[in-house]
Ligand binder design. Structure first.
Ligand code: MG
Length: 247
């Protein structure tokens, strides 16, 4: 069942979303060559605590950190640790915060030092694919319109959408219905309604779509070693169109 949110609930999620946005902004400032991903996790955790929120991811199915840090060929769910960032890396950071009972979730891929234009293009296409999907997030459309717009945009740039991970509804639970695949057919799936709050999150691979999970049970990597980028916002569907809650 897709749980519709009231204006009051959306306002609460906006407050969780503001924390998410400020954490991502700070991480973007701090992430430089030589900085360990565990340091970014520490900063995120402290910021969440200071703002009265809690990390949505810490302890989720046993996840050991407050944010996900996914470098280069890591698609999602990278665990922060001792690894230091190097110039030329791309770093996807996924942040979830629960405040006053409501979650918000967003992700961005950052460039570290000098990265090749091909990597920048992957990051840009991933972000623009999110906005292509967002354009379709309005009452009267169907969920498949969002999915199709993302897939179409990505594939028109000769990149691949990851299929095994999907976006999701969000609210008092971090993952609610519906699932939002980054591929699909237009005019299919549930009708979009006012009060739906969705985490739309294209995950885009430079080469093939296939991924595998490393032995830690979390880290998802591209099978062919190609780069992967991620871009996500939590958005609310209102009668005036879609509203991003995590910026
Ligand atoms: Mg998400």
């Amino acid at each position: 069942m897709i749980i519709l949110k009231t204006g009051q609930e959306i306002a609460k999620m906006r407050r969780s979303g503001e924390i998410v946005a400020s954490v991502l902004k700070r991480i973007g400032e701090v992430a430089r060559p030589g900085v360990a991903t565990s340091h970014l996790d520490k900063i995120a955790r402290r910021m969440m605590k200071e703002s009265g929120g809690e990390p949505s991811f810490l302890g989720y199915k046993g996840f050991p950190a407050s944010i996900c840090t996914s470098i280069n060929e890591v698609v999602v769910h990278g665990i922060p640790g001792d690894r230091k960032l190097s110039s030329g890396d791309i770093l996807s950071v996924d942040v979830g915060v629960k405040l006053d009972g409501y979650h918000a979730d967003a992700a961005t891929t950052f460039v570290i030092g000098d990265v090749p234009d091909s990597a920048k293009k992957l990051i840009d296409v991933t972000k623009d694919a999110f906005f292509a999907g967002l354009d379709q997030a309005r009452t009267g459309n169907r969920l498949g319109d969002i999915s199709w717009a993302i897939q179409n945009y990505v594939e028109s740039h000769n990149f691949s959408v990851v299929k095994v991970f999907v976006g999701h509804g969000i609210g008092t639970q971090m993952h609610e219905e519906p699932e939002i695949p980054n591929y699909g057919r237009p005019n299919s799936g549930p009708l979009l309604k006012e009060g739906m709050v969705l985490a739309i999150e294209p995950m885009v691979n430079e080469k093939k779509a296939e991924i595998e999970i490393l032995e830690d049970g979390w880290t998802a990597v591209t099978v062919d070693g190609g780069l992967s980028a991620h871009y996500e916002h939590t958005i609310a569907i209102t009668d005036e169109g879609a509203r991003i809650l995590t910026e």
